[in-house]
Design a protein around this ligand. Structure first.
Ligand SMILES: *Cc1c(COP(=O)(O)O)cnc(C)c1O
Length: 421
């Protein structure tokens, strides 16, 4: 937010805990200021002079046209930056928009991405179907620093992993992943959707360069809005990436300095590709963030209780939750996650169709992070277009049910599941 016109009136959020920044950041103090986020429904902003307009069109640091910047969206971006401990954020129309923007900020035709294979289906599709249209290739590997290291090529510009993968619950080993990426002049991007906008983990603190995420999930929190964001850290090695160094004295790196990576995210995602977040959506997401800590802490507690309980239910097969001691990523979850191990768990039932049709409290819907507990059958829905081998690699079998735990009373959830089993 440092270059926004209202920055001087804003309370300094550095040093605030997540819970405080979630409700206090990005709201100016002072006589007559709104207590909360005003919605700026506007397509354009005025200038007094030709010089001001010229300056703004050159630097894009203030307000001109709402595809680039809007005060409501900017306030949300400031809040996300505070929560993730980043340097700057661009908020976009969806998580998919954030993923595309983050990848294109590091890669151009001829470049290569190495990604952990345990991924959201839309990300797998982006890497295997969309980026090849632009000449960008990807290699999907096991979610270990060793596998990522072995897949690195001379043209690898980006390493990608999910903080907590969905539904398998793999945990990204960020520190060695960052080291591996940086040794080769590449950037590390972490999809922190299941990390709750920094409440469970702040990947930038552990060495990641970029955090991309869907705000549709825990940030919005009520299944009422779509959004995504890309946050960048304060330092990143761009000196070996021709996107930033090409052009000599007029290179992006020379002109933008430390802000080069953040500037490129906004230029790509908002200004050029037009995947701009609407101000009303930004308002809903900012309001969702205000209760994220309360919701997600409770959901994590319920998820752990349900995971342990499900393991003891007759007829339930494999139960997968990174907070269970027998989960392959349990130790890594303990190392990287605060406040709980996430609100998503997966379990196998003998007859998924019958199970889903008998539910009366849990709802069948393809979303995460809603205050209501939602279940899906990933094999036929979220991962239905993913090749079978990749589905298994993502921890999805034909019997798998994915559950995003809401804030309902745990006793009602258990009773509903038990009756449906
Ligand atoms: C949902 C999701 C996305 C995509 O976000 P949308 O807001 O649906 O576009 C990306 N990554 C993960 C991990 C997700 O769960």
């Amino acid at each position: 937010m440092s270059d926004s016109p209202e920055a001087a009136d804003l309370p300094a959020s550095a040093g605030w805990s997540f819970e405080t920044a979630a409700v206090q950041s990005s709201i100016p103090r002072g006589l007559g200021q709104t207590v909360g986020f005003p919605i700026h429904a506007a397509a354009a902003f005025q200038f007094d002079t030709l010089e001001q307009a010229q300056e703004e069109f050159q630097n894009n640091t203030g307000l001109s046209y709402a595809r680039l910047q809007n005060p409501t969206v900017r306030a949300l971006e400031g809040r996300i930056t505070a929560l993730e401990g980043g340097a700057d954020t661009v908020a976009l129309a969806s998580g998919q928009a954030a993923t595309l923007t983050a990848i294109l900020s590091a890669c151009r035709a001829g470049d290569h991405v190495v990604s952990a294979s345990s991924l959201f289906g839309g990300t797998t599709g982006m890497l295997s179907n969309i980026l090849p249209l632009m000449g960008i290739s990807a290699t999907l590997v096991d979610n270990t620093p060793e596998a990522v290291r072995a897949a690195m090529q001379d043209n690898t510009r980006l390493v990608w992993a999910e903080m907590i993968s969905n539904p398998a619950g793999d945990i990204a080993d960020i520190t060695p992943l960052a080291q591996t990426a940086h040794e080769r002049g590449a950037l590390l991007a972490i999809d922190n959707t299941c990390g709750g906008v920094g409440f469970l983990c702040r990947p930038l603190d552990h060495g990641a360069d970029i955090v991309a995420q869907s705000l549709t999930k825990w940030a919005g929190g009520h299944g009422s809005v779509m959004g995504g964001s890309v946050t960048v850290g304060a330092r990143h090695g761009l000196s070996r990436n021709p996107i930033y160094t090409g052009g000599g004295e007029t290179s992006v790196l020379k002109v933008r300095g430390n802000a080069a990576l953040a500037w490129r995210q906004r230029w790509l995602g908002a200004s050029q590709l037009g995947m701009t977040l609407a101000p009303h959506s930004a308002f809903l997401i900012a309001q969702g963030l205000e209760t994220l800590a309360l919701r997600l802490a409770r959901e994590c507690g319920t998820a752990l209780e349900l995971a342990r309980w499900l393991q003891a239910q007759p007829g339930v097969g494999q139960v997968s939750y990174p907070g269970l001691e027998d989960h392959p990523f349990y130790a890594q979850a303990q190392r990287y996650l605060n406040n709980g191990c996430g609100a998503v768990l997966a379990f196998e039932v003998p007859d998924p169709a019958a199970f889903l049709s008998r539910l009366r409290v849990l709802r069948v819907a393809p979303n995460l992070g809603d205050v209501r507990t939602l279940v899906v059958h990933p094999w036929t829905t979220t991962h239905g277009r993913v090749p079978e081998a990749a589905r298994h690699a993502a921890g999805v079998s034909p019997q798998t049910i994915r559950m995003s735990v809401g804030v309902e009373a745990v006793a009602d959830l258990k009773a509903d599941i038990a009756a449906a089993l």
